[in-house]
Design a protein around this ligand. Structure first.
Ligand code: SF4
Ligand code: FES
Length: 255
């Protein structure tokens, strides 16, 4: 199939950036979207044009490195799929595709389709852990975890930190990501001692990073490649409110 691509080109954070049009012929339907871009980049390099920068690592939908907007949709048109797992058979000959980097103030563009998502790292650093004394690994069955809780925690833990939720949200909000990271620990027995401090610390870090406020559009849930439910946002909000209003002493996490 033949495609017309309009790709956001931006040399660096200070560059103004602009869309550039490329024609690509003979695209194989079995190729992934990133493999199609690899072919485009080979063709650009042969013509002495700087290849399009895009981020990737596993190309298996696991690492969360990849992601950009395809015709205004984060990770493209296929639900529950990262752009590295999106295959060209889902497009048709003659399609015109607009590729843009994630759109969010908290994710500044580094180059072309690559954005700086280190704001997510700082949200995790604020509370995405459990404080334990180090030593040898504890016996695996020491703390029994009820199966329904383990399953729910696993649902949240599937978040790969790709940032699609933020990019699709009209407010640039990071509630879905943050609530997934809060919930996968707050649901487990091991996460209980710091539960409310974790919610406080991570929500405060999220706000400090310049993400927007959630107004329940649910665009995040619609584009999330791991289909994380917005129910986790309600759960995080409850823990945040309890953390704000409780009278018991705080743990070092929020001190
Ligand atoms: S919640 Fe979904 S869209 Fe957001 S970072 Fe996690 S995996 Fe990506
Ligand atoms: S490259 Fe790892 S999720 Fe896409």
């Amino acid at each position: 199939m033949n495609l017309t691509l309009h790709v956001w080109r931006q040399k660096g954070p200070a560059d103004e950036g602009r869309m550039e049009r490329y024609e690509i012929q003979g695209v194989n339907g079995h190729a992934s979207f990133l493999e199609m871009l690899d072919v485009l980049n080979e063709q650009l390099a042969e013509r002495g044009v700087e290849p399009v920068a895009f981020e990737h690592d596993c190309r298996e939908g696991i690492c969360g490195s990849c992601g950009f907007m395809i015709n205004g949709e984060a990770h493209g048109p296929l639900p529950g799929t990262t752009v590295c797992q999106l295959h060209m058979r889902h497009f048709k000959d003659g399609d015109v595709l607009y590729l843009e980097p994630w759109r969010a103030k908290a994710f500044p563009v580094i180059k072309d389709l690559v954005v700086d998502r280190s704001a997510f790292d700082r949200v995790i650093q604020a509370g995405g852990f459990i404080s334990v004394a180090t030593g040898s690994a504890p016996e695996a069955n020491l703390i029994p975890v009820p199966k329904p809780l383990a399953d729910r925690a696993f649902d949240a833990a599937q978040c790969i930190g790709c940032g699609a939720c933020v990019a699709q949200c009209p407010n640039g909000a990071a509630q879905l990501f943050t609530s997934a990271k809060v919930s996968h620990l707050n649901l487990l027995p091991q996460g209980q001692p710091e539960r409310f401090d974790r919610a406080l610390a991570m929500v405060e870090a999220m706000e400090k990073e310049g993400f927007g406020a959630c107004s329940n559009f649910a665009e995040c849930e619609a584009v999330c490649p791991k289909e994380i439910s917005i129910d986790f946002i309600a759960r995080m909000n409850r823990d945040f409110l309890k953390g704000k209003t409780r009278s018991v002493p705080k743990t070092p996490m929020s001190a």
